[in-house]
Design a protein around this ligand. Structure first.
Ligand code: ZN
Length: 74
C-alpha cells in the first residue's frame, strides 16, 4: 500500500488490464478485480467488496462474539 504515487502515470495502462470477471457467491453480482474470501458465510467461491463488508465481516464478528461468550461460560 506504500506505492500509491507510483501508479499515477500508469492510469491508462491500468484501464486495459484485463480483469477476470467473477460472480459474487453471495449476491450473485458480477464484479471484476479483487474478490474477497466469503468465509464463514460461504465455504468456497469469492464475494464482492460490498458483501464482504456488509455480510461477511459482520458475520465473522458475530461468531467471534459468540466464541468469546462460550469461553466465558466455561
Ligand atoms: Zn456480493
Amino acid at each position: 500500500m506504500a506505492s500509491v504515487v507510483q501508479g499515477k502515470h500508469k492510469r491508462f495502462v491500468t484501464m486495459e488490464q484485463k480483469d477476470e470477471e467473477k460472480t459474487c457467491c453471495i449476491c450473485g453480482m458480477r464484479f471484476t478485480g479483487h474478490g474477497y474470501n466469503p468465509y464463514p458465510v460461504k465455504e468456497s467461491g469469492e464475494c464482492c467488496r460490498q458483501c464482504n463488508y456488509e455480510v461477511v465481516v459482520p458475520e465473522r464478528y458475530r461468531r467471534h462474539l459468540e466464541y468469546q461468550k462460550s469461553k466465558e461460560n466455561e
